[in-house]
Ligand binder design. Structure first.
Ligand code: TXA
Ligand code: MG
Length: 322
C-alpha cells in the first residue's frame, strides 16, 4: 500500500479510522502539512514525538473543525480570543488559551494553556469531521527541519513512519500559522504568520505585544529552527554583491529578491517572488531544493524590514541562525 494517497473521500475515511486506532496521518492545511494524531490519546501523541524526534515537553496544536468545539478544549475563551477567532477562523491563526481540565498533558507539554486552530483547508476540515474530534498536529517535519508544503516533502522527512499521507497538493500559504497567546489579558504575538499585525490590531483594537526573546514557550520560537542542513546566511541587499564577488571557491546557492543574477555567477541562483505572500508560498520548497543540491553555503538576500515581511524575516532568521 502506498503511503501517499490522493485526498479522496474514501481515503479521508480510512485516515479517520487509522487515527481512531491510534495511528498517525499526515494531512494538508493551508499553512503547511500537519502530522495528525488523536488529541485524546496519550499513546497516539507519543508517536508524534517519536516520529519527529521532538523533545517531549513541547506542546502541540489541537486542530478543530469549528469554533463550537472550543469549549471541549479551553476552560474559558477571553473576549480578545473570541474576536480573533470570529475574524480569522477558519484560517492561519493559532490561539493559546487556558486549557480545559480534560486536555492531556501530552498536548500541553505540562503547561496551563492549549493551542487551538480551525484550519482553512477542505481536506483538513473533512478529516476533522470524519474523525469527529480534535486532532493534535505539529508540522510534519523532523524536529528542527523545514516544514513540509507538499506530500512529497512529508514523505522525504518521515517516510514510512506514518500510516498515511493525504495528498492535497501544495499548501497555499506556505509558512506556519500566526500564534497569539490570549492567556494573560493582553494578546501577545508568539509567532508571526500570514495575518498581518495591522489586521490583528484592527480586530483587537490595539497592537498585540511582540513576544520577547526570553519567552520561548514554543519550539517554533527557538532561534534555531526551520533550518536547512546546509550552512545558511542572511545577507543585506547592499552587501550581497560584494560578498558574491569574493566567493570564488565555494559552491554557493543564492536566494535573491531584488538583486538579479550577476553575469559571471556560477552556482545555484533562485529568484524569489517580490510579493510577500508569493515569497512565503515558495520559500520552503526553494530552501529544500537548494538544500538537496550539495552546496557549501546558501546566501539569502534579506527582505526589507517593513511589516509585511515580518513573518518571512522571522523564518529566514531561524533558517540562518547558528
Ligand atoms: O500552521 C501551523 O500552525 C501548522 C499546521 C500543521 O497547523 N502547525 C505547526 O505546528 O506549525 P508546530 O508544532 O510545528 O508549531 C506550533 C507551535 C509550536 O512552536 C508549539 O510550541 C506552539 O505552537 N504551541 C502549541 N501549544 C502551545 C501552548 N500551549 N503555549 C505556547 N505555545 C504553544
Ligand atoms: Mg513545526
Amino acid at each position: 500500500m502506498e503511503t501517499i494517497v490522493p485526498a479522496s473521500i474514501d481515503n479521508i475515511d480510512r485516515a479517520a479510522k487509522l487515527m481512531r486506532s491510534g495511528e498517525l496521518v499526515a494531512f494538508p492545511t493551508e499553512t503547511v502539512y500537519g502530522l495528525g494524531a488523536d488529541a485524546r490519546s496519550t499513546q497516539a501523541i507519543s508517536k508524534i514525538f517519536k516520529v519527529k524526534g521532538r523533545p517531549a515537553h513541547h506542546p502541540v496544536i489541537v486542530h478543530l473543525a469549528e469554533f463550537d468545539w472550543i469549549e471541549q478544549w479551553a476552560s474559558h475563551v477571553p473576549n480578545d480570543a473570541r474576536r480573533l477567532a470570529q475574524a480569522f477562523w477558519p484560517g492561519a491563526l493559532t490561539l493559546i488559551l487556558p486549557r480545559h481540565s480534560q486536555v492531556l498533558t501530552a498536548v500541553t507539554g505540562g503547561q496551563a494553556s492549549v493551542g487551538l486552530r480551525v484550519p482553512n483547508h477542505p481536506v483538513a476540515l473533512a478529516l476533522l469531521r470524519a474523525f469527529g474530534g480534535g486532532i493534535a498536529a505539529p508540522s510534519a517535519n523532523r524536529f528542527g527541519c523545514i516544514s513540509p508544503t507538499t506530500a512529497a516533502h512529508v514523505y522525504s522527512e518521515l517516510g514510512e513512519t506514518v500510516a498515511m499521507i493525504l495528498d492535497g497538493g501544495r499548501c497555499a500559504i506556505g509558512i506556519e500559522s500566526t500564534i497569539i497567546d490570549c492567556t494573560s489579558g493582553e494578546a501577545v504575538l508568539l509567532r508571526p504568520g500570514q495575518i498581518s499585525l495591522a489586521a490583528l490590531a484592527t480586530v483587537l483594537g490595539y497592537q498585540p505585544r511582540l513576544a520577547r526573546g526570553d519567552e520561548p514557550r514554543a519550539p517554533g520560537t527557538l532561534a534555531a529552527h526551520y533550518a536547512p542542513q546546509t550552512h545558511t546566511e542572511l545577507i543585506s541587499a547592499e552587501i550581497l554583491p560584494a560578498v558574491l564577488q569574493q566567493e570564488s571557491q565555494r559552491r554557493i546557492g543564492v536566494l535573491a529578491l531584488s538583486l538579479s543574477k550577476p553575469e559571471h555567477f556560477v552556482g545555484e541562483w533562485r529568484q524569489a517572488a517580490v510579493q510577500p505572500s508569493a515569497y512565503a508560498h515558495q520559500l520552503y520548497a526553494t530552501l529544500r531544493e537548494l538544500d538537496r543540491t550539495g552546496l557549501e553555503v546558501i546566501l539569502i538576500e534579506a527582505p526589507p524590514t517593513t511589516p509585511e515581511w515580518l513573518a518571512i524575516r522571522d523564518r529566514l532568521l531561524k533558517a540562518s541562525y547558528r
